[in-house]
Design a protein. Structure first.
Length: 121
């Protein structure tokens, strides 16, 4: 009976360890930008950004299983974040190189604002 309990305990411990490793994401900070966008924006409208913030702390991510990450990967990550908050640019943005299991790519984190009167959606 104790051998069965030991085997079950070992199986549970092994499952927890493997699950923890699979869900963790390695992040390496590669840059920080005051303003970043992939769209044409109206910079003269940046004067009072605190009134135009659509969302704070937005994450955008682009992951691929390819060993070589697409040269537009940062663009895709920024687009993901901006689209989530229906804005057109990010401020106080930090860019990370990420690896999650077999996937790798980029993650961007920052505040999304809208400078244009019309949305791209």
């Amino acid at each position: 009976m104790t051998v069965k309990k030991g085997v079950i305990g070992l199986a549970v411990l092994l499952a927890l360890v493997l699950t923890g490793c699979a869900s963790n994401m390695e992040k390496h900070r590669i840059g920080q930008f005051t303003v970043i966008s992939t769209r044409n924006v109206e910079l003269h409208n940046l004067g009072q950004t605190h009134r135009k913030i659509k969302a704070r702390g937005v994450e955008g991510i682009y992951l691929t299983e390819s060993k070589e990450v697409d040269q537009n990967a940062i663009t895709y990550a920024v687009e993901d974040a901006v689209n989530k908050a229906s804005g057109d640019l990010m401020i106080n943005c930090v860019i990370y190189r990420v690896k999650k299991g077999k996937e790798n790519g980029y993650l961007v984190y920052g505040d999304v604002i809208q400078t244009l009167k019309e949305s791209y959606e």
